[in-house]
Design a protein around this ligand. Structure first.
Ligand code: ADP
Length: 574
């Protein structure tokens, strides 16, 4: 039965019967949709059916029609319903209303302790008023503001019943107002009875809608959380269809476009992943996968190899029925790299310790022998070697101690003074010249260079380390330049060599601790991968500067760093 404003039956009972029928149908649709939504939202299965908007729209249409029909049945100009807001303690008018526009409607709110709305809500009984302007009860509601003359207000009560239709719970959720009886008439008790019956239907629809909205909200939140997870997450239904795939998982497996409930074998090309899902589903079928299983996959994403730790587990419904499997992929590439670097580090440090120790032990044993007959010159040479090997050991141990300090969050203690850049550079170059015969060292610096506030020892350490590397990583010899430029606010240093160079992808990473370029040329050059990490700290933290490198493989490298001429006084005071 279709009811329109122009042609509704005279007999209100017939009309109500028709409406009831429609309402029941609407409620059935809602229940049906709810069921579908439940199975889709249970993050445990069900493809994305895009249910977020359609049922809500339908419910709103039902509500709008109902509100309009309430006005028609009561022969009133306006229908407004209010919900109790627990947080603010207010009764608040909600759309859709009939005969009141939405902007206007928003202003209609009142404390649940006040006005006629408050009485109806608190006492749970209907009220009629005949003259809104003079009636003391409607003053607070300010209904006159809506051009209201007379009206009926009834509570919106939700009644819960058990299987035998016995009432198990009653809850007043708001108030339903009907205003201005048409044709200059007044509302009477018959209207109240009618309105009470309609109010219970309205309350049922509102409750359904609220439950639905909550479910949708929860589902949205859940989906957003899943979507924004750093880990990849894949949900596969028990029939093998992919139900969810978050952004990280899509990036990981290079999947774009919609899933359309495709089978996992049609979505994933990666053999390891396919095997993982197959195993997961097998375990689910055998009821063994609940505790979950772990595997490691290597996936080539964005041109790099990544190692993922994958955990899969069976997802069960509340009743314990298996619904599918969930797989989480954690990127552990960095952890694996660090593990690898740490073992390489242990090997290199052991080597770095053993080499000078072997030399020291060798020369000391030789010198201890009585019958060696070494000349004084030779002896002195041996002592010299022992001395420099001891220095090497001290350097390494100091490096390790400094790293430990930086790791613990302590900055290395600076000791600032006015440093003559030129003198320091000349000294460093002179000392380094003595350590190599294959390389020619140059100092390319202007004749006049200012004094700057710096930690002389640490600036020395930076330059020595970089020149040392320049020599170390150009085993074939060549030119090594220490370039100094006098900039307006800073001094720029450049250390260039004609050595093996650094591949592009390593240029930034060489400043990370333990990072060493691992290739045929480098493997022969021993080191710990700590030097540049310390140098970067000394430049950035101790001298408020910056450091970077330029390089071409096979041609050579230049390490640049800049330190300000005037350090932050606060830091100098430190
Ligand atoms: P170490 O020299 O002890 O390995 P560093 O931290 O000083 O540690 O350097 C890190 C890595 O950077 C080196 O292992 C090397 O691969 C690369 N590197 C540093 N300086 C140069 C250079 N001048 N030329 C080529 N490679 C370099």
């Amino acid at each position: 039965m279709v009811v329109s404003e122009n042609s509704f039956p005279e007999d209100p009972n017939e009309l109500i019967a028709g409406l009831r029928e429609q309402l029941e149908e609407a409620n059935r649709t809602i229940a049906d949709l709810q069921e579908k939504l439940d199975s889709a939202s249970a993050a445990k299965g069900g493809p994305d059916t895009g249910l977020e908007t359609t049922p809500l729209d339908e419910m709103e249409t039902t509500l709008r029609r109902l509100v309009q029909r309430i006005a028609m049945i009561l022969q009133a100009e306006k229908t407004v319903w209010m919900l109790y807001d627990r947080e603010s303690g207010e009764l608040v008018a909600k759309p859709p209303a009939y005969g009141v526009d939405e902007d206007h409607l928003k202003t209609f709110r009142i404390r649940a302790t006040q006005g006629i709305s408050g009485v109806v809500f608190r006492e749970g009984r209907p009220e009629i008023f005949l003259d809104a302007v003079r009636d003391a009860r409607t003053l607070k509601d300010q209904v006159a503001y809506f051009n209201v003359v007379n009206g009926v207000a009834v509570p919106l009560i939700v009644i819960k019943r058990d299987d035998q239709n016995r009432v198990i719970d009653r809850q007043t959720i708001g108030v339903l107002h009907v205003w201005n009886k048409r044709h200059g008439e007044e509302f009477n008790d018959e209207d109240v009875r009618l309105l009470e019956r309609l109010a219970s239907s309205l309350a049922a629809v509102i409750t359904n809608m609220r439950i639905y909205q909550e479910v949708v909200e929860e589902r949205k939140e859940l989906l957003q959380t899943i979507e924004s997870l750093y880990a990849g997450l894949v949900l596969v239904n028990k029939d093998g269809r992919v139900a969810q795939l978050n952004a990280s998982a899509r990036a990981m497996f290079g999947i774009s476009g919609t899933l359309d409930s495709k089978h996992y074998k049609d979505v994933f090309q990666h053999e390891g992943a396919v095997e993982l899902f197959r195993l997961g589903l097998d375990n689910m079928a055998k009821d063994e996968g609940e505790a979950g299983s772990t595997a490691e996959l290597t996936i080539n994403a964005d041109g790099h190899e990544h190692v993922y730790q994958c955990q899969s587990a069976t997802v069960k419904s509340e009743e314990g029925k298996p619904m599918g499997i969930v797989c989480i992929f954690n990127d552990i590439t960095e952890i694996r790299n660090i593990e690898r670097m740490k073992s390489a580090f242990v090997a290199t440090v052991s080597h770095e310790l053993r080499t000078p120790l072997t030399a020291i032990k060798g020369f000391v044993s030789t010198l201890l022998m009585d019958d060696t007959g070494f000349e004084e010159v030779e002896r002195r040479e041996f002592y010299g070697i022992i001395d420099s090997e001891c220095d090497r050991l001290t350097r390494l141990i100091n490096d390790l101690l400094n790293i430990a300090r930086i790791e613990a969050g302590e900055s290395l203690k600076p000791s600032y003074s006015q440093v003559s850049v030129r003198e320091l550079a000349q000294k460093v170059v002179m000392i380094q010249k003595q350590s190599t015969h294959r390389h020619t060292l140059f100092l390319d610096a202007p004749a006049e260079l200012p004094k700057i506030t710096a930690d002389e020892d640490k600036l020395d350490q930076i330059l020595t380390n970089l020149i040392n590397n320049a020599i170390k990583y150009s085993p074939g010899g060549g030119e090594v330049h220490l370039i100094i430029e006098d900039l307006p606010d800073a001094i720029r240093f450049g250390i260039s060599d004609q050595g093996m160079g650094i591949p592009k992808e390593h240029l930034a990473k060489v400043f990370e601790k333990f990072h060493r370029v691992d290739n045929r040329d480098n493997r022969k050059v021993y080191g710990t991968g700590l030097g540049l990490f310390l140098v970067k700290h000394l430049v950035e933290v101790i001298h408020q500067g910056r450091i970077w490198a330029e390089s071409e493989v096979g041609k050579g490298s230049t390490f640049w760093f800049e330190v300000p001429k005037h350090l932050d006084p606060e830091l100098v005071d430190d």
